[in-house]
Design a protein around this ligand. Structure first.
Ligand code: MG
Length: 158
């Protein structure tokens, strides 16, 4: 059976490129490994790829995507969107984002806990630097690292 062709919105920051150069207009970090191959595979499977980002679709952004062989159809628009769906949200079957929590149909305390504990996987380097400096000031950078590992363990059990 042929797989359904879907529209897939893919975030840019923290999904296609990392935050290694911070967040400024037309300043980008390194491509996240595999982003080029993954978008090519998804496109070759017949899906529509939309880059869905808070960034404007500047020439610099388009050049970065081209230089890194990111395969896509549109940036911040879905021309196939029905006219009665003209809100700000772009219509898609799947949204891939580093700041997303999947809703599974239940607003329970575990879901609220997940929201409360949520952190994107990547932070701008300057934030990491600030965290490190804070750790050194407090003199317990090693203990902070330990807490992080414990924290991840808690999440995987929850
Ligand atoms: Mg992002």
């Amino acid at each position: 059976m042929e797989k359904k062709k879907r529209t897939i919105c893919i975030d840019f920051d923290g999904v296609l490129h990392d935050y290694s150069n911070g967040f400024e207009k037309d300043v980008f970090g390194e491509m996240i490994p595999g982003a080029d191959i993954a978008t090519k595979v998804l496109k070759n499977a017949g899906n529509t790829i939309i880059i869905y980002t808070t960034r404007p679709a500047t020439d610099a952004l388009k050049n970065w995507l081209k230089d890194h062989n990111i395969v896509y159809d549109y940036i911040n628009e879905n021309p196939d969107q029905p006219k009665d769906s003209e809100g700000c949200k772009i219509m898609a079957d799947i949204y891939i984002d580093d700041r997303n929590i999947t809703f599974h149909g239940t607003w329970d305390k575990w879901f609220l806990h997940t929201i409360g504990e949520f952190k994107p996987w990547a932070k701008p380097k300057k934030d990491l630097k600030k965290d490190m400096e804070q750790g050194y000031k407090e003199g317990d950078i090693w203990r902070m690292g330990q807490e992080k590992r414990t924290h991840h363990g808690d999440l995987s059990c929850g």
